[in-house]
Design a protein around this ligand. Structure first.
Ligand code: ZN
Length: 291
């Protein structure tokens, strides 16, 4: 297992972690600048942040600072109530692949979606099987395009508390079943993003990481699970402040050959109240001691 105690060369910052300090949206190019200043070598930005900063300007800034993208957030949201909606989702996902290519990301992260309308407050139906079928079909169709562009797709299973609205793929086992069906040759074009916040509780976690193997382990996201958790979305903990045994899981990942970045992804009303620099310092320190 890699020794993280003396440097942070394998730390990546998901840019949501320092995107709205004290309620003020931070410009992406400033965030990239801050990361580079702290010797951070990789980031994972969100599409809306890139859109606001401009794709070309973002790509230029990433290159100028010698930064890498551990992932691009995000594609997915494959479900819809009709054919037009499914097609619109596909088109949007193709654009996400193109952007990820422009930014030379290691992968495009997929948050797959679930019951249409649920995220906006009213689900159009209760047919979770249909949603899962649409997700399967949508990933299959996008995979053809992404493979041709050379952009790996990383399915991110989300904690079951998001099963209605954000993702109907909730375990690594489910995600890997999709990978096995759509990419049986294990080509490297399709895999998973292992986000500890979503999968730490899973009794099959170790077994599924082993099943995934190096070719399917495309990304590793870390933060912590706080007790109590006060908000379903924006109360993620800094590594070391909660109950997740992150080093144990990293050991399982690395024993399969995973040698990529450990991406800190913290949506937190608490950490967003501090300055970006203070939060970055905490990420660096905890990456050394708790990851
Ligand atoms: Zn994640």
């Amino acid at each position: 297992m890699r020794d993280f105690s003396s440097d942070h060369r394998w730390l990546s910052i998901n840019t949501a972690t320092i995107r709205k300090q004290r309620g003020v949206e931070q410009p992406l190019l400033d965030i990239l600048e801050s990361c580079a200043r702290e010797g951070i070598r990789a980031v994972s930005p969100w599409r809306d942040q890139v859109a606001a900063a401009g794709l070309a300007a973002t790509a230029r800034t990433v290159r100028a600072h010698g930064l890498e993208l551990s992932g691009y957030c995000r594609g997915g949201m494959f479900t819809a109530t009709d054919g037009g909606g499914l097609e619109a989702a596909h088109e949007d996902n193709r654009r996400a692949v193109d952007e990820a290519c422009e930014l030379a990301s290691r992968c495009l992260v997929l948050v797959v979606g679930s019951l249409p309308g649920a995220l906006q407050g009213k689900a159009a139906h209760k047919n979770l099987s249909l949603a899962r079928q649409q997700v399967f079909d949508g990933i299959g169709k996008l995979l053809d395009y992404a493979r041709a562009q050379g952009m790996p797709l990383a399915i991110e299973p989300l904690h079951p508390m998001y099963a209605a609205d954000r993702a109907c793929v909730n375990t690594l086992e489910q995600a890997l079943d999709i990978c096995d069906a759509l990419d049986p040759e294990r080509s490297g074009a399709l895999g998973v993003a292992v986000d500890m916040y979503h999968v730490w509780w899973d009794p099959k976690l170790k077994a599924q990481i082993e099943r995934a193997g190096k070719t399917r382990l495309l990304a590793f996201h870390v933060c912590d699970w706080l007790t109590p958790t006060n908000d379903l979305l924006n109360d993620r903990g800094m590594m070391g402040d909660g109950v997740i045994d992150i080093p144990q899981a990293r050991g399982w990942m690395e024993s399969q050959g995973f040698d990529g970045f450990c991406e800190v992804e913290i949506f937190s009303n608490t950490w967003w109240q501090r300055s970006g620099d203070e939060t970055l310092q905490a990420c660096i320190e905890r990456h050394r001691t708790c990851v």
